[in-house]
Design a protein around this ligand. Sequence first.
Ligand code: HEC
Length: 134
Amino acid sequence: MPDGENRPALTGINDRALREDESGAMRKFIVIVIASMSLEAAAAGGPPDAQRQAELTRLVREDCGSCHGMRLTGGLGSALTVDALRDKPAEALVATVMYGRPGTAMPPWRTMLSEADVRWIVAQLAAGFPETKR
Ligand code: HEC
């Protein structure tokens, strides 16, 4: 979508806000509302939608698989199969994925994945990771 398509609506809000309130209070209010909405979205980090789930499935199969094995049965990284993870608390696994394991090859993923993403991945690993859809 050309990004100009979004612009008229935004400009409309700004123009109207400026006309209605010369002090700019309305504009400030809108900025605060928008900022707090996106903060909430980031903090709540609801479960990934279907499209994000497809992206995460591919990422785990390709990027994580490069160390943990194409079948996630282990390689340089340990196995991430249902059996291997059975007795490991999800919280610990989520922390490992977010922060990595210093002193090992396991890198931190928190700059690329939200906590909700990682929780979803760990839940899928514990249940048997889905195949990539073609
Ligand atoms: C560069 C190699 C590498 C990549 C890429 C990698 N890992 Fe790891 N991972 C490791 C290694 C090595 C370990 C084992 C660390 C240790 O010895 O404790 C590990 C450990 C783990 C553990 C803990 C397993 C356990 O039994 O406690 C989880 C969970 C995990 N990785 C998930 C992931 C996920 C999910 C990804 C992709 C988002 C990923 N890893 C990408 C190398 C990697």
